[in-house]
Unconditional design. Structure first.
Length: 111
């Protein structure tokens, strides 16, 4: 899909729509711009994980993991599920996975 072309003649309502989408994109990118949050999302791509599993996977303390999960939840990127005393998280939709695939291709994949 091509990027929109914005000119001085762009209709104000179209421009407002672009600004709203830019704001949403900016919030999304800010949410994934932290190393800990990025690693959490990478692990959640493979499926639901408990907070304890995520602590072990990213070698971080529970308080730090919970803080990062809170931000991801606030931005609508993850969804919690409680089972007794255990809280599990999963990706809210496919957007993080799609972006992580691009990030992986650009920064991690050996060409």
């Amino acid at each position: 899909m091509p990027l929109p072309i914005i000119t001085k003649d762009t209709n104000p309502s179209e421009l407002n729509a672009v600004v709203d989408k830019a704001r949403s994109a900016s919030n999304f990118l800010k949410a994934i711009s932290h190393e800990g949050r990025l690693m959490i999302l990478c692990h959640l791509v493979s499926g639901e994980k408990s907070v304890t599993e995520l602590e072990d996977l990213i070698s971080a303390r529970q308080a730090a993991v919970s803080q990062q999960l809170s931000r991801l939840r606030l931005e609508g990127l993850v969804i919690p599920r409680r089972d007794g005393k255990t809280i599990y998280y999963r990706l809210a939709d496919d957007k993080p996975k799609r972006v992580l695939e691009v990030v992986y291709d650009l920064f991690c994949h050996d060409n």
